[in-house]
Ligand binder design. Structure first.
Ligand code: FE2
Length: 333
C-alpha cells in the first residue's frame, strides 16, 4: 500500500505540532490516520497545499468528518447567517469582507516586543482563547483554511501548547488549579473584562447564553494527558468569574490567578506562530491548546478564511449533557 501522507515534527520554531503533506489530492479520498497524528503532536497540525478546497468547499467538510462524529452545521447553532457559507453551511467565514465584515483584531500596544519581535505572551498579546468554550459540551477540533490570507508578517494565528504549559506549571500553581473550574463567557458581552472594568450593567444572560463552567485542567479523552483549558480577556466571565469559588471581578483573587496562568501558558517556548499561505489548512484540538489571531490592516487588505468545528468526544465529565446553547425546542430529535 502506498503511503498516504508524510509527517514532519515539530512545526518550525516550536516544540509541538506536525506538518502533514498528502500524497494525493483530497478529491481522490480522505486519508486515514490523521487524528492519530494530531493527537501525537499535542493537537496542532498543518496540511499545506490544499488549494483544491477553495473550488470544492465540501472537501473541507469531508475532511472534518475524519476528526469527529459531528461537524457543526452553523444554520442550527445560533450563528449569524452572514458568517455562514452560502452553499456549505458547515463552513464559518472569518473575514473582513462583506457580508461578514469582521474587524481584524486590535494591534498590541506597543506593536512589537522591545527587540522588535511579534508579541506572543499575554498580557502584551491579547485574544487567547479556545473555540466556543462558553458552550457545554465544548467542541473538540477546529479546521481553519486559508482561501485568501493577508501578506506575511501579519494576520498570523498563534497557538500555545496547553499540554506542555500544564506540565511546566510550578507545583504551587498545579495545586491551585487542580479541581478548579473557569467560568467561560460568550465574547463581546458586558461580562468581558473590558465590560466589567467599564462597570456595564447589562449583564443579564438568556438561559441558552449563560456562562459555562469548565475544568481548568482537562484530561484529554484520546491521549489521557492533562492540559490547561482557560481563555482570557474576552472569553471568561469577569462578573461572576473568572473562576468558580474564587473572589470574582476584574480586580479579584481570580483575576490575579488568571493573569498568572495566561502569562505562563503563552510563554514563547509554548507558542507557534503560523504565517499563512494560500491553501494552508491548520487543524487544532481545542481540548488542549489556545489560539489567538494577530492584527492586519483591514483598510488595505482583504482576508477570507474558512472554519469548521467538530464535536463528539469532549470527555467523560460531559457525558449525557444537553447542549447549553440550544433552546430546548431547537435541539434536534
Ligand atoms: Fe478561535
Amino acid at each position: 500500500m502506498s503511503v498516504a501522507f508524510d509527517v514532519t515534527k515539530p512545526l518550525s520554531g516550536t516544540s509541538f505540532g506536525a506538518t502533514v503533506r498528502l500524497a494525493r489530492p483530497l478529491s481522490q479520498g480522505i486519508p486515514e490516520g490523521l487524528p492519530a497524528v494530531l493527537a501525537e503532536a499535542n493537537g496542532l497540525m498543518l496540511i499545506p497545499g490544499l488549494q483544491e478546497i477553495a473550488a470544492k468547499p465540501e472537501l473541507l467538510v469531508k475532511l472534518s468528518r475524519a476528526f469527529g462524529s459531528e461537524v457543526e452545521d452553523y444554520r442550527h447553532t445560533l450563528t449569524s447567517r452572514s458568517s455562514v457559507h452560502t452553499t456549505v453551511p458547515e463552513i464559518f467565514l472569518v473575514s473582513n469582507m462583506a457580508p461578514v465584515n469582521r474587524n481584524p483584531p486590535r494591534r498590541p500596544d506597543p506593536p512589537t516586543t522591545p527587540d522588535g519581535g511579534l508579541p506572543l505572551q499575554y498580557p502584551h498579546r491579547k485574544g487567547w482563547h479556545t473555540d466556543q468554550s462558553y458552550r457545554r459540551p465544548p467542541p473538540d477540533i477546529s479546521l481553519f483554511y486559508a482561501v485568501t490570507p493577508v501578506a506575511s508578517d501579519r494576520g498570523q494565528t498563534l497557538f500555545a501548547d496547553g499540554t506542555a504549559a500544564y506540565a511546566a506549571l510550578p507545583d504551587r500553581l498545579k495545586a491551585k488549579v487542580d479541581g478548579l473550574q473557569g467560568l467561560h463567557c460568550q465574547p463581546g458581552t458586558a461580562r468581558s473584562r473590558e465590560g466589567a472594568l467599564a462597570g456595564r450593567k447589562d449583564i443579564e444572560q438568556a438561559p441558552n447564553a449563560r456562562s459555562q463552567p469548565q475544568p481548568v485542567v482537562r484530561i484529554h479523552p484520546v491521549t489521557g494527558r492533562p492540559a490547561l483549558y482557560i481563555c482570557e480577556w474576552g472569553q471568561m466571565d469577569w462578573v461572576d468569574g473568572p473562576f468558580v469559588g474564587l473572589q470574582p471581578g476584574p480586580h479579584g483573587e481570580g483575576a490575579a490567578l488568571l493573569d498568572e496562568l495566561m502569562a505562563h501558558y503563552t510563554r514563547p517556548e509554548f507558542v507557534y506562530a503560523h504565517e499563512w499561505t494560500v491553501g494552508d489548512l491548520v487543524v487544532w484540538d481545542n481540548r488542549c491548546l489556545v489560539h489567538a489571531a494577530t492584527w492586519y490592516d483591514g483598510d488595505k487588505e482583504q482576508r477570507m478564511m474558512w472554519r469548521t468545528t467538530v464535536r463528539g468526544n469532549p470527555g467523560a465529565i460531559y457525558e449525557g449533557e444537553a447542549r447549553s446553547w440550544l433552546p430546548r425546542e431547537q435541539v434536534p430529535a
